[in-house]
Design a protein around this ligand. Structure first.
Ligand SMILES: Nc1ncnc2c1ncn2[C@@H]1O[C@H](COP(=O)(O)OP(=O)(O)O)[C@@H](O)[C@H]1O
Ligand SMILES: [Mg+2]
Length: 258
């Protein structure tokens, strides 16, 4: 049986208001799926719930990975099961640079110690793979990163941890065209490095990043807290051309949406 991240009838509330209204979604390992949808449809709510953010209240449903319902596990335990759900960014720790933080995070997730020299060699290798500047890892965590830099931190951390499955939310927001290409190419490289075994759920409002993701196996569209449509990569282009309003009208006409 292929392993998969399987979301079953997931209902989630924020501040007492139901946002996710029964999500069903299966993303097998070895496949790259995109989750698209208009602003406010609940995409980030899904990402935060998968991550285990305490503010998001699970009303019903489960998320199965490796035979476990990860919603019952701490964010730490989820990471140890090979899930990468977001860049784990500590609240400003004065004096800690990104490279050292990544070392600490790596040891925590892997549950082993790795000497700093050996770690740094691995880090350099990943920086090269991702075409990132080495000076980046000397940046202080407390200096604050721009949206684009944060995404690079996320990609770098993911490359180091070599997860089996990654969820990326709004990976392209705050990025210019070059940034989008770098992130997309990083996804492609990490997928390839895994021997096409990794799974990805890439959450995005825009199709532009998806144009650079290869292969893209499936595209799902979320509206009003539900998956309303799933299809192949061509669905992303169709949405880009015609817009979400067009789809909403169509789904209303078909009685899929109220
Ligand atoms: N932390 C939060 N506090 C209050 N409302 C929230 C919070 N997160 C999400 N929401 C609400 O949930 C809905 C879905 O938001 P979100 O998941 O961010 O959508 P998307 O990522 O698709 O734009 C919106 O109506 C938003 O106002
Ligand atoms: Mg969002």
């Amino acid at each position: 049986m292929t392993e998969a991240l399987e979301i079953r009838n997931l209902r989630v509330a924020v501040d007492g208001r139901e946002i996710l209204k029964g999500i069903n979604l299966v993303v097998p390992k070895g496949e790259i799926h995109a989750l698209m949808g208009p602003n406010g449809s609940g995409k980030s709510t899904l990402a935060q719930t998968l991550l285990g953010h305490p503010r998001y209240e699970v009303l019903e449903g489960e998320v199965i990975w490796k035979g476990r319902n990860i919603l019952e596990l701490s964010p730490d335990e989820r990471a140890k099961l090979g899930l990468f759900l977001a860049f784990q960014y500590p609240v400003e720790i004065p004096g800690v640079v990104l490279g050292n933080f990544l070392h600490i995070a790596y040891q925590a997730v892997k549950g082993t110690e790795i000497p700093i020299g050996k770690f740094n060699r691995m880090l350099m290798q990943k920086l090269r793979l991702l075409d990132m500047d080495a000076s980046f890892i000397s940046r202080g965590l407390n200096e604050g990163f721009s949206g684009g830099e944060r995404k690079r931190c996320e990609i770098l951390q993911m490359a180091l941890l070599e997860p089996e499955f990654a969820v990326m939310d709004e990976t392209d927001s705050g990025l210019d065209i070059d940034g989008v290409r770098i992130v997309a190419s990083a996804v492609n490289k990490l997928y390839e490095q895994s021997g096409n075994q990794m799974g990805f759920l890439i959450i995005t409002h825009y199709s532009r990043i998806l144009n650079h993701i290869q292969p893209l196996h499936k595209v799902h569209v979320m509206m009003d807290g539900r998956i309303v449509l799933s299809g192949g990569p061509e669905l992303a282009n169709e949405l880009e051309e015609k817009g979400y309003d067009w789809l909403e009208e169509q789904l209303k006409a078909e009685g899929v949406l109220a």
